[in-house]
Design a protein around this ligand. Structure first.
Ligand code: ROI
Length: 170
């Protein structure tokens, strides 16, 4: 049986725009998985250490027959082929693919937490997620709408609007 999952896609190294586009394309190549829709891309200021490049962020909705563990393994394989090195915590990355939601499941394992721990507070996750799933309600009953109301839109602009430095004075 297929489940709906939402995957966040982010990059700030090695031509981030190409990284996220290639990452999205590779999501569609995962076995027993298909991409239903993807959000517009956003340029965002780094959360965490500031001495790293700005990020490109987006979210994809997928249907998958893989279980969460299998999906995580498939995503990590894609990250690895993009030269992802897991060194510095909150450091720059060529490609980051995180499972935000998997159906209405709650998973709390050491290596896999669903919903993703950053989902409720990170504007670079909430804003693109709302583009493709505006009526979404999280497994704990909290609506995306209510999270967006308290989430600052600072430091993120749609990619199409151009250079982030024009918009937020960096
Ligand atoms: N900051 C932004 N803007 N976008 C990300 O995708 C992102 N990913 C991360 C950390 C380092 C927390 N910062 C980020 O993992």
């Amino acid at each position: 049986m297929s489940q709906t999952a939402y995957i966040s896609i982010g990059s700030n190294l090695g031509n981030p725009h190409q990284q996220v586009l290639a990452g999205l394309a590779k999501l569609g190549l995962i076995e027993a998985t298909r991409v239903v829709v993807s959000s517009p891309w956003y340029l965002s200021l780094p959360m965490g250490p500031k001495d790293q490049p700005n990020y490109i962020n987006g979210v994809a909705k997928i249907f998958t027959q893989l279980n969460p563990g299998q999906l995580l393994t498939a995503l990590q394989k894609i990250e690895d082929t993009h030269g992802r090195v897991r060194s510095q915590r909150w450091g720059p990355r060529t490609l980051d693919l995180d499972i935000l939601l998997y159906g209405c499941q709650v998973i709390d394992k050491e290596h896999l937490k669903i919903p993703h721990h950053g989902l409720k507070t990170r504007n670079f996750v909430l804003i693109p997620l709302a583009d493709i799933a505006p009526k979404l309600v999280l497994p704990d009953g909290i609506s995306l709408d209510s999270l967006l109301e308290v989430c600052s839109p600072e430091g993120i602009v749609p990619l199409a609007s151009g250079d982030i430095s024009d918009t937020i004075g960096q």
